[in-house]
Design a binder for this molecule. Structure first.
Ligand SMILES: Cc1cc2nc3c(=O)[nH]c(=O)nc-3n(C[C@H](O)[C@H](O)[C@H](O)COP(=O)(O)OP(=O)(O)OC[C@H]3O[C@@H](n4cnc5c(N)ncnc54)[C@H](O)[C@@H]3O)c2cc1C
Length: 400
């Protein structure tokens, strides 16, 4: 049987035990691998006819890399990832470093990875297409779902359950909970990459660099095993068309990162990028519903969040692992699905809500200006690297 196919005009081949996943993003692909590793047959329906190399860099902390390694992905990812030793927190006030935090913790026993989203997606895709119990259908949007006594029908085909991993503008969420939808945060993420050799040598970051500035921040780190530099600049902006990104006008970002507010080294990095793309930053209200009957949401479909804790994909990966563990004992028993999905939501929601709040607070702290920015920088130095690093332990040391 072919494992990857185009379009949905095909006979109903879904085995009764099949779990359907809507969306082949990081969340959907990881969930497919985690479920298949527990003996579940999976069908992934992906709207796009081709999986694009969308996005740019991602930071994956040990809570997420531990799961990916457990799924056997390390050999596929190792040639592409960078493992930074530290994050340098820089301030636009002086152009200097406030503090340097070691990344990862000795207790986490898993690496901190910097990776291009395209490399992560193709590693996941390689593992998915090689798995005999996973079928991927491209160009196959989930367009209808109907509850039945034996589970659910998805696009008219029977399935045991449906997992909506179809992103922030989730179709599945709109069917289940139309009243709870993502909203625009007022912030735009500008993302771009360039070849490392094209960046002035003194500007090349060794690990992650986080620049805090007035109403904006900038994150810079190497990806593609150090061959490219990834930059993400966050600043206020107008709402954009829902559902994607667009090419950014470099003059707009250069104006925002003006000499009056930003030091020459940060501006030189901004000016080195000529392929900026803009993403509107969306957030889902905290603590919404994630499941109903035989349907559950996962990843951005459940909890799109500000990226300031660098945990959106990390939470999707954790969701996938917990979901698979909750569904493991269910077997073919359709009646056991709804309680298993309820358990998944109960296990995940408190942690994800805390991460969503942490991300919001981080943004507020990064964007302070005037005397408040000075107070922030002094407080960070007074707390010291050890205490600041320990504040991440509850995120990084999480285990299934
Ligand atoms: C600027 C920025 C920086 C970020 N940095 C980090 C970081 O450093 N670390 C981190 O962990 N996270 C980060 N994130 C967050 C991370 O990118 C997302 O949380 C993650 O990619 C979400 O994955 P997902 O699979 O849930 O959704 P998506 O990646 O959106 O995938 C959804 C998929 O569903 C498909 N789809 C949509 N509708 C349908 C349908 N009806 N039927 C079938 N398929 C459908 C889509 O085509 C898509 O392929 C960042 C985000 C941004 C914007």
């Amino acid at each position: 049987m072919r494992r990857e196919r185009q379009g949905c005009l095909i006979p109903a081949v879904t085995a009764p035990r099949t779990i359907v996943i809507a969306g082949a993003g990081i969340g959907g692909l990881t969930a497919a691998l985690a479920l298949a590793a527990r003996g579940v047959r999976v069908l992934i329906c992906e709207k796009a006819a081709r999986l694009e190399e969308a996005g740019a860099g991602l930071q994956l902390s040990p809570n997420a890399t531990r799961i990916l390694i457990g799924l056997g992905l390390q050999p596929r990812l190792a040639p592409h990832v960078t493992t930074p030793a530290s994050v340098s927190i820089m301030t636009a006030r002086s152009g200097g470093e406030v503090i340097r935090l070691p990344l990862g913790s000795p207790d986490s026993h898993a690496p901190y990875w910097l990776v291009h989203r395209a490399d992560l997606q193709s590693a996941l895709l390689g593992a998915v297409t090689a798995h005999p119990d996973i079928e991927l259908r491209l160009g196959c949007p989930v367009e209808s779902l109907r509850a039945t006594p034996a589970g659910i029908t998805v696009n008219g085909e029977p399935a045991l359950a449906l997992i909506g991993a179809d992103g922030a503008w989730s179709f599945v969420r709109r069917q289940l909970f139309p009243e709870t939808q993502p909203h625009f945060s007022g912030l735009i993420a500008w993302r771009g990459t360039l070849e490392t050799s094209r960046l002035e040598r003194t500007l090349i970051p060794q690990g992650v660099q986080l620049w805090m500035g007035p109403k904006a921040h900038l994150v810079v780190y190497p990806v593609s095993s150090g061959e490219r530099i990834n930059m993400v600049a966050i600043m206020p902006g107008a709402a954009m068309q829902p559902g994607g990104s667009d090419a950014g006008d470099a003059s707009e970002i250069r104006r925002h990162f003006a000499a009056s507010r930003w030091p020459a080294n940060a501006r030189a990095m901004i000016e080195s990028i000529d392929n900026w793309r803009r993403w509107p930053l969306l957030t889902m209200p905290d603590g919404g519903m994630w499941h109903e009957g035989s349907v559950a949401l996962l990843g951005d479909a459940a909890h799109a969040m500000l990226p300031f804790a660098a945990q959106g994909a990390g939470m999707a990966i954790e969701d996938a692992a917990v979901l698979a563990e909750c569904l493991r004992p269910v077997g073919d028993d359709a009646a056991a699905i709804a309680p298993a999905l309820a358990r998944y939501a109960t296990l995940r929601q408190p942690r994800v809500t805390l991460i969503q709040r942490t991300a919001r607070q981080s943004g507020q702290i990064y964007h302070l200006h005037g005397p408040m920015a000075l107070a922030r920088d002094l407080t960070m130095r007074a707390l010291g690297a050890g205490r600041l690093q320990a504040r991440q332990d509850w995120i990084y040391n999480w285990r299934l």
